[in-house]
Design a protein around this ligand. Sequence first.
Ligand code: ZN
Ligand code: ZN
Length: 167
Amino acid sequence: MKIKLGELKEGVNRFRFTIPCSQVGLPEEFFKGNLQADIRIDKGGDQLLVRLSAEASGSFTCDRCLELFNRSIEGKIDIVFFPSPRDFDSPPNGEVRWSKPQTSEIDLSGDVREALMLALPSKHLCKEDCRGLCPQCGANLNRESCACRERPVDPRWKGLEELLQKD
Ligand SMILES: [Zn+2]
Ligand SMILES: [Zn+2]
């Protein structure tokens, strides 16, 4: 996902890439098919502000019910390219990189990968209120209810329960 610096005009430049997820090195266990990357580059002289947002379809196993499900993953990242190292009065938003004078193109593949990897949730749930599997019989409680859930209260606890319900 390379952008030739010579082709950038002063001001706002926009690019859209649709490429296979594997091309930027995203793990194939999660990411299948294509990703779409929208890139906006503000060029001011030899200084570039890159705003990148990427979207891809991810395939995950639900942590609760163990079903496979797909969801879209969206990530964003900002990168500022400067021609040489410098001190900032106030550091710019986003990651800062130095671009060498002989640089003729920038490759944003690694940034697209990073944006999407950082957007991966730490917990994978097929839906917010996934009911998971029955710990006793393993039934998927999103699709069926099982007899285990209607199990009568152990008679030994009955007396305690009645006590608790009194107040
Ligand atoms: Zn689930
Ligand atoms: Zn059950």
